[in-house]
Design a protein around this ligand. Sequence first.
Ligand SMILES: Nc1ncnc2c1ncn2[C@@H]1O[C@H](COP(=O)(O)OP(=O)(O)OP(=O)(O)O)[C@@H](O)[C@H]1O
Ligand code: SF4
Ligand SMILES: [Mg+2]
Length: 353
Amino acid sequence: MNAVALSVARPAASPIAARAPHRVLDVFGLTTAFPGDDGPMTVIDEVSLWVEPGKTLAVVGESGSGKSMTFLSALGLVAAPGKVVAGQVILDGHSLTSMPQAQLRTLRGRVISMVFQDPLTALNPVFTIGQQLIEVLRAHLPIGRREARQRAIELLARVQIPDPIRRIDDYPHQLSGGMRQRVLIAMAVALKPKVLIADEPTTALDVTVQAQILDLLADLQRETGMGVVLITHDLGLVARYADRVAVMYAGRVVESGSRDDIFHRAKHPYTHALFRSIPRLDSVAGDDLPAIEGQPPNVAALPPGCAFAPRCFHRQGRADCTSTRPRSEATDDNEHRSACWHWRTLPILKRDT
Ligand SMILES: Nc1ncnc2c1ncn2[C@@H]1O[C@H](COP(=O)(O)OP(=O)(O)OP(=O)(O)O)[C@@H](O)[C@H]1O
Ligand code: SF4
Ligand SMILES: [Mg+2]
């Protein structure tokens, strides 16, 4: 479908769109479940977060905490039998959660796009990178093959692929990992989306190439004003690129706030545990999430109270921690939130360094 033919119904005034007109992506109460042996298993539980134009939201949390699933859910990409069972997602004024799949497909790529971790599996090995880029452009824009090829060459040049006129006819296996990741970024930004979701986009790359790719993303972001979601295990990258941070644990956002709030005024014991040994705001990329004692819980068998209770240093035998699930509360007037019953009495975060 081409861009001219696209028409997406604007939803009637949504409560969250009305509340936050400055957010380009606003996720509210998103909940996703899979069938389990003992009934539905909630893997994403009332997740709320948002992205502003030109800003970066970093999403951190241990493996299995629900980072990828949150955005697959927001984009309507959860594989059956998984299902989004509650919540609202507003993208640039459009309600994705109430939109038919066909309309949603036209927005993906055009208004919101996603870059995944592994550029080899994300690119099709039997087509050249040029063919794949041209297909993305022509699927959404009313342009001929020759113009699309010219634009593809410009895009490859923009993501700093050397000699793009020649490299456009390369197959993915002829490029290095860093070059393949640049091609994926070129594809993701080809249609100038308003939001780019980068799911661990540089994990497989060495530190120098990582920095080049993320600096490139930051440049593109400055040029186009797109909002970026950076899903990462690397707290050095959070320090360097994030404006806001959402910390996930067992399918929930347990704390969210500005980067400085999270680094200097954390109000959840899990965030304390993650950030205690690292990093300062001047730290460099490569500071991976530290190991925290104990195991993350199995979301199919969460304890009745706070999911973090078995590993929490602040619990101190408090009954409410193990009996009642904590609500997310504002800790100040500045959009800093914590889902801990006892955030008021948390000590100031002291780092090991
Ligand atoms: N197809 C599936 N069926 C059932 N559960 C699933 C499925 N895919 C993911 N999950 C569950 O959803 C939860 C969140 O997974 P998700 O992939 O979002 O984690 P993540 O935070 O992105 O982890 P990682 O850092 O390893 O990428 C996990 O408990 C996982 O077991
Ligand atoms: S609610 Fe209790 S167990 Fe959970 S993080 Fe807060 S103090 Fe720890
Ligand atoms: Mg993931």
